[in-house]
Design a binder for this molecule. Structure first.
Ligand SMILES: *Cc1c(COP(=O)(O)O)cnc(C)c1O
Length: 283
C-alpha cells in the first residue's frame, strides 16, 4: 500500500482524483518542490518548505496551512511509505474551475498533492562524472519561481538526452545561467564560480549547501555569471541538485573539462557535502 499527500491529509494513492479543470493541468498554474530523503530522514526540509511558500507567494497562491503543518505532513508521508533513500515530491495548484486565465474567486481552493519515490543515490555519476551539452535558455524571466510550467526545461533535457548527455547547460546568449533542473559551477584555481541567485536561476537548496561547503573547505566563492567559453576553460565543473547532489561534469559537447576526469576540488566538495547528509536513526 502506498500513500499520497492530498491537501492536509495522508490518503491511499487510489483515493486521489484530479479534476480535469485543475489549473495545474490546464495552465501549469502552480509550484512544486522535491526534497531528498536519506536513511528515512528529510534533508533540508525547512529550506525547501520556505522556498515552496516563497514560490507560491510570488504567483499569489496562499497555502492554506502553516509551514510546520506541511513539515509534519511530509514526515508522515515518508513514514507511511517507509522511504529509506529517495525523495518526496509535492506541489500546489490554484485549484479547479472552468478554464479562464483570470484567477478564480476565493471559493476555489488550491489543491496540494505529494508522493514519495524510493530512489538510490546516483553514486556512479558522483564517481565518474557526466557529460553535458549547451542549450539556449528559452525560459521565461522568473526562473526564481519553482513553477510547474517546465516546457523550457523539458525541451532542453530531452535535447541533452538525445545527445547522450546527462544535463543541458542553459545559456542566454553567451552567458551560462543554470542546468535544466540543476545549478552549474566552474572551478578555476580553487575559486568556485556560479551564476548569482537572481530572477534568471532557481536558487537551489543544494546550491546553498554547496556554497557553504566551499567556504568551509577554504575555497573562495564568486557568484558571477560565466560565459560558455569561460566554463569550457575551467579546471573543473559541477552540476548540483537535490537528486544529483554534487556531480562532476567531465565533458561539454565533446570538449573535456580539465583532464576529463573529476578534479580535486570536486572531490573535496563531495566529501564535505557527505558530512551534511542525515545518517538516520540507525547511525
Ligand atoms: C529544482 C531546480 C534546481 C535545483 O534546486 P535544488 O533545490 O538544489 O534541488 C535548479 N534549477 C532548476 C531550474 C530547478 O528546477
Amino acid at each position: 500500500m502506498s500513500y499520497s499527500l492530498l491537501n492536509d491529509q495522508i490518503v491511499k494513492n487510489d483515493e486521489i482524483v484530479i479534476d480535469k479543470e485543475d489549473r495545474g493541468y490546464q495552465f501549469g498554474d502552480g509550484v512544486y518542490e522535491v526534497v531528498k530523503v536519506y536513511n528515512g530522514e528529510l534533508f533540508t526540509a525547512t529550506e525547501h518548505i520556505d522556498r515552496f511558500y516563497a514560490s507560491a507567494e510570488k504567483i499569489r497562491i496562499a497555502i492554506p496551512y502553516t509551514k510546520d503543518k506541511l513539515h509534519q505532513l511530509l514526515h508522515q508521508l515518508v513514514e507511511a511509505n517507509n522511504v529509506d533513500t529517495g525523495h518526496v515530491y509535492f506541489q500546489i495548484t490554484r485549484g479547479a474551475c472552468p478554464r479562464n486565465h483570470i484567477f478564480p474567486g476565493d471559493d476555489v481552493k488550491p489543491v496540494i498533492t505529494g508522493n514519495t519515490k524510493e530512489n538510490p543515490r546516483p553514486v556512479a555519476n558522483f564517481e565518474n562524472g557526466v557529460k553535458a551539452t549547451f542549450v539556449e535558455d528559452i525560459r521565461w524571466l522568473r526562473c526564481d519561481i519553482k513553477s510547474l510550467n517546465l516546457l523550457g526545461a523539458v525541451l532542453a533535457k530531452q535535447e541533452a538526452h538525445e545527445k547522450g548527455c546527462y544535463e543541458a547547460i542553459l545559456h542566454r546568449g553567451e552567458t551560462i545561467t543554470e542546468g535544466s533542473s540543476s545549478n552549474i559551477y566552474g572551478i578555476k584555481d580553487g575559486v568556485l564560480y556560479t551564476h548569482p541567485a537572481n530572477n534568471l536561476i532557481l536558487n537551489g537548496i543544494t546550491r546553498q549547501v554547496l556554497l557553504t561547503c566551499a567556504t568551509e573547505i577554504g575555497m573562495s566563492v564568486k557568484e558571477e555569471a560565466m560565459t560558455k567559453e569561460q566554463l569550457l576553460a575551467m579546471d573543473e565543473a559541477i552540476v548540483s541538485s537535490t537528486t544529483s547532489e554534487v556531480t562532476p561534469i567531465i565533458d561539454i559537447d565533446g570538449k573535456a573539462i580539465g583532464n576529463g576526469t573529476p578534479g580535486e576540488w570536486t572531490r573535496k566538495l563531495q566529501a564535505q557535502f557527505e558530512t551534511k547528509i542525515p545518517k538516520g536513526i540507525n547511525a
